[in-house]
Write a protein of this length. Sequence first.
Length: 411
Amino acid sequence: MMRLAPLWLALVLALGPGQPARAAAGRHPLRPPSAVSESRAVPAPASVLMEVSTGQVLASSGAHRRLPPASLDKLMTLYLTLGAIRDHRTTLDTVVTISAEAWRIGRTAESSRMFLNVGDRVTVRELLSGLMVASGNDAAEALAEVVGGSADEFVAMMNAEAGRLGLHDTHYVTPHGLPAPDEYTSAWDVALLSRRILLDFPEVVSITAARYETYGGIRQANWNNLVFRDPRVDGLKTGHTNAAGYCIAATAQQDGMRLLAVVMDAPTLQRRTAVAEGLFAEGFNRYALVAVPWERVVSSSFRIYGGTAADVSLTTPHPVTVLVTRGGRPSFSISERITARPFAPLARAQQVGMLTVALDGRTLVTAPLIAAQAVARAGVLGRLWGYVRYEFGAILHRHPAYSQGTYTPSA
């Protein structure tokens, strides 16, 4: 077995693991790509390149074509499981007893699997690793039973969540993506879901970046060959069936900018790899993410009356950033609208207004303006004096509710 290791590593680095194929228990599964002709008569792969923090789509092709998802199905299984953990309906350390159905799904012909056996006791943490690294269909079934009670109930949850997220090109039939009639998604919807996963659960890349996963003495390489080829890549998921072709939702981060590249219906693993890497090259070479110093353009404080402080600093829940073309110097319009009444008390993180960043009349970013500190109510005399000051200021028009300015990034 050890003599195979150099050959296995060379295959991984050159091509990355294919999907799906079977492996014998107790051995490192070698997973060569299926023999699919590069010249088959199909459209070019569907693709989307997106910047994650802004959601801006930088490139796309055939983005709304409805296609079989293969194991990209598991992105929704991941999202719902992480949501269940967040909502305290399960935990990473919850122990799951593997059912006969989960075992059966894993033993389906050509099924990628974690090699779970009936009666195994496995934690949700282990199942998530098996789901995302080994692409275990058995792990997907087990998680569906934990979160939904049954696979059918879980699929209903998947479709309900797809509707809530606006995935209009998507319909789920299984929690794992093995071929099923009337199951489809699009590169656009996969990008939207992947972005939601990365924003809501950024820690997920600690799972998806792993190069290997081991369970029951079987070590499997990550299906995502890009984690071996590019140190910037730390997720997310691949998929392959004969009907779906080779698919990937890959994410990479450089200089504070995180990109998401989705490729579906590629005829070969090599083609999928080339398209995804080309999208990343275009994104990182052409664009940059710039922090907007809005505090230098509009007011970063909020005057308050009748409180223990005269004003309070304003902030936003997250840094305000915009995407710019490298070498360009666009002029962004920044506006601030105060909507809260300026009287104490004021809670920390209470929203007092809205910040908007626009370019050529098109809104790019909106962010709530929140109080950086709490301000308690003053005593009776302090409140009275505050009211007098407020009324006097109103006469002199000293309570502007709206301000605006421009910002141009340096070259």
